[in-house]
Design a protein around this ligand. Structure first.
Ligand code: C2E
Ligand code: MG
Ligand code: MG
Length: 278
C-alpha cells in the first residue's frame, strides 16, 4: 500500500530466460549433458602436477558448450545447485577412482557453492560420494569461497571442522576479493589458500601487489597452508611468485580446463614440453 511499482520489460525477459535455463538444467542433470573438465595445479618449483580442479561444463544440445558463469547463478536461485553439486561430487570421485585404477593417483578439488555449503547434510553427501566410488578422503579437496564462509561464521566453522575431521582437504577459493581477514581465517582448519586471479594479474617483480602477496604467503606458511596462485597467464608472474615462495600455480599458461582424458595426458607428458615453462 502507498507504493508505486513500474513494470520493466527487461525483468520479464530475465525471468523467462532463468525459467528456461532452470527447465533445461533439470533435464541436463538427469540426462548426462553435464561434463567435468579438469584444470591442473602445478608445483611452482618441481613443475609436477599436484592436483586437478573439477570445473563443470554443460553440453547443451542446442547452444553447445556452456560455461558455469552462464548457469550456476540460476542453479543457485532455483535450488538446482544441490542436485547439480551432488552430480559433480559423484562424477569427480568416479574420475579419481578411474585414474587410480589406471595407475595415477591424482587428488581432485571440487567447488562448493555457498548454497551447498549450507546444506545440513553436506558431510553425508560427500561421504556417500567417496564411499560409492571407493575413494579415500585425502584425495578430495573442497573449495569454498571466503564469502560463503563469512555468511555464517559459526556454522561455517563447524562444517569445516567436520569435513576436516573426515580427512578432506579444505581450500579457500578466490582469496583476496572478499572481506575476510587472514587473522579471522586462522580459526579454521584450512589446508590450501588460492589467491584470486584479479590479484595475481597485477603481480610483477617489485610491484606493491607483490609485497602484499609476500605477506599473505608468509603468514599462510606459518599456519601450515599451501598457497596456490590462480589465473597465471605469463612467465613474469611465475618469476615473481617464485620470489615470494608461493607453492603452486594454476592458469592458462599451465593449462586450461580440459576434458578428463586430455587433462591426464598432461601428467603423462613432460610438463615443460606441454607448457614451455622452465
Ligand atoms: P573458480 O573455482 O575460481 O575457477 C577458476 C575459473 O577461472 C575457471 O572458470 C577457469 O576456467 C578460469 N581460469 C583458469 N585459469 C585462468 C587464466 O589463466 N585466465 C583466466 N582469465 N581465467 C582462468 P570456469 O570454469 O568458467 O568457472 C567459473 C567459476 O564457476 C568457478 O570459479 C567456480 O566458482 C564456478 N564453478 C565451476 N565449476 C563448478 C562446480 O562444479 N560447482 C560449483 N558450485 N561451482 C563451479
Ligand atoms: Mg575453484
Ligand atoms: Mg577461484
Amino acid at each position: 500500500g502507498g507504493q508505486v511499482c513500474f513494470y520493466d520489460d527487461n525483468y520479464a525477459s530475465i525471468l523467462k530466460r532463468d525459467y528456461q535455463i532452470e527447465n533445461d538444467l533439470r533435464y541436463a542433470i538427469e540426462n548426462e549433458e553435464l561434463e567435468l573438465y579438469y584444470q591442473p595445479k602445478l608445483d611452482i618449483n618441481s613443475l609436477k602436477i599436484e592436483s586437478m580442479e573439477a570445473l563443470v561444463r554443460w553440453n547443451h544440445p542446442d547452444t553447445g558448450l556452456r560455461m558455469p558463469g552462464d548457469f550456476i547463478a540460476a542453479a543457485e536461485a532455483s535450488g538446482l545447485i544441490n542436485p547439480l553439486g551432488n552430480w559433480v561430487m559423484h562424477a569427480a570421485c568416479k574420475q579419481v577412482r578411474e585414474w587410480q585404477e589406471d595407475g595415477c593417483e591424482m587428488p581432485v578439488s571440487i567447488n562448493l557453492s555457498p548454497v551447498q555449503f549450507r546444506q545440513p547434510d553436506l558431510v553425508e553427501q560427500v561421504n556417500s560420494a567417496i564411499s560409492m566410488a571407493r575413494v579415500e578422503p585425502r584425495l578430495i579437496e573442497l573449495e569454498i569461497t571466503e564469502s560463503a564462509i563469512m555468511e555464517d561464521v559459526e556454522a561455517s566453522l563447524e562444517t569445516i571442522k567436520q569435513l576436516s575431521r573426515h580427512g578432506y582437504r579444505i581450500s579457500i577459493d578466490d582469496f583476496g576479493i572478499g572481506y575476510s581477514s587472514l587473522e579471522h581465517l586462522k580459526r579454521y582448519p584450512l589446508d590450501i589458500l588460492k589467491i584470486d586471479r584479479c590479484f595475481v594479474k597485477e603481480i610483477n617483480l617489485g610491484g606493491s601487489e607483490l609485497a602484499i602477496a609476500r605477506a599473505i604467503v608468509e603468514m599462510e606458511h606459518t599456519m601450515g597452508m599451501v598457497v596456490v596462485a590462480e589465473g597465471v597467464e605469463e612467465e613474469s608472474q611465475i618469476l615473481a611468485l617464485r620470489e615470494i615462495n608461493c607453492d603452486q600455480i594454476q592458469g592458462y599458461l599451465v593449462g586450461p580446463p580440459l576434458p578428463a582424458r586430455d587433462a591426464i595426458r598432461l601428467v603423462e607428458q613432460n610438463v615443460y614440453q606441454v607448457t614451455g615453462i622452465t
